[in-house]
Design a protein. Structure first.
Length: 343
């Protein structure tokens, strides 16, 4: 049956060959005679390897090897440099060979769902054209920081793995539009949110208690976060009204404040004191009044309404981490309706 399809492809010179669900265990060597093939579907068979003759398919842009019995990405694929879409879902792959990844500079879509992968090697960054990576239902425990170097990525799907954290470098992916991290073991998202273009974020079924500082500035269309350990909505009021700042903190705040005016004596003098500059470089900004401070005075949770503050269609309450400069800010009446709770 498979041979009939190959003969037909030979006769018609069709650039697409569909050999899915044919109970194929080995590919016929005749493939060397089909160099014009662009799309090859070999999914739902019993392939455990691919013959080296496949390297003759130099025009191949799409290859579907889903639902076979492969234990690794077939080494011959590193010679198919035109490959654009590669489907390897539903196999028994446990190891991603860095060598194969280096041979696929034009790959835009990589689907490795339902395999046994524990580690994504740092060489993944060699897939410099990759737009979409999907590794759902595997055994991933961590993802490499190098993923943050893959600036073309618009979609990442790591649903149902064993991730405990994600690298902060993922925030460098300014083109990222969809991120699926549901059903992992995440306890927090790193501080320093980027993702100006993120539209869909799915972090349902993790162990998150609060979202990072500035989360309300994302412009999401969809957010999924059910099944986490989020801090409960509790409105709090502080009985303490004034605090006494240490001299170091007081002077730091004064200098940081003065330094915002480029004509001030402080901002002209500061370059002469590199140690002081270094110390002040770790400054933070109050989440309510925007005033600068050196040492975080209060770490709080602010309950943000997704409709009101993030412009989403649905109205949900999301706890977001917020750093405050003083009890005065904590007790500011106009922010009580957000619900501020001390961490
Ligand atoms: Zn403040």
């Amino acid at each position: 049956m498979a041979n009939e399809s190959v003969i037909r492809a030979l006769k018609t010179k069709s650039n697409s060959l569909n050999l899915s669900s044919r109970k194929i265990t080995h590919l016929p060597e005749v493939f060397a005679k089909l160099p014009w093939i662009a799309v090859l579907k070999l999914n739902n068979n019993y392939l455990s390897s691919l013959p080296s003759e496949l390297m003759c398919l130099q025009k191949l842009t799409e290859l579907n090897l889903g639902n076979n019995v492969l234990e690794e990405i077939p080494p011959v694929l590193k010679h198919l440099c035109c490959l654009n879409k590669l489907y390897l879902y539903g196999n028994k792959i446990s190891h991603l060979s860095p060598e194969v990844l280096e041979g696929l500079p034009n790959l835009e879509l990589l689907n490795l769902n339902h395999n046994r992968i524990k580690v994504i090697p740092a060489e993944i960054k060699k897939l410099c054209s990759l737009k979409s990576i999907s590794v759902t239902d595997n055994h991933l425990q961590q993802i490499p920081a190098e993923l943050g170097l893959m600036k073309s990525l618009t979609e990442i799907n790591f649903t149902n793995n064993k991730l405990t954290q994600i690298p902060q470098q993922l925030y460098n992916l300014s083109q990222l539009r969809k991120l699926y991290l549901a059903r992992n073991n995440l306890t927090e998202l790193p501080e320093g949110l980027g993702w100006k273009n993120l539209k869909i974020l799915d972090v349902a079924g993790n162990f998150l208690s609060v979202f990072p500082v500035g989360f309300q500035f994302l412009r999401l269309d969809e957010l999924f976060f059910e099944g986490n350990c989020l801090v409960p909505f509790t409105l709090m009021e502080s009985i303490q009204e004034k605090e006494v700042l240490a001299l170091k903190e007081l002077s730091a705040r004064l200098i940081l404040q003065e330094n915002t005016n480029s004509f001030s004596v402080v901002s002209r003098a500061l370059p002469m004191y590199p140690d002081l500059q270094d110390m002040l470089s770790h400054w933070g900004q109050c989440g309510l009044c925007s005033q600068p401070f050196l040492t975080t005075w209060l770490e709080c949770v602010q309950f943000i309404n997704t409709k009101k503050h993030m412009g989403m269609k649905s109205s949900q309450s999301v706890p977001v981490r917020v750093l405050l400069c003083s009890y005065d800010c904590f007790n500011r009446d106009d922010h009580q309706y957000y619900g501020l709770a001390r961490l």
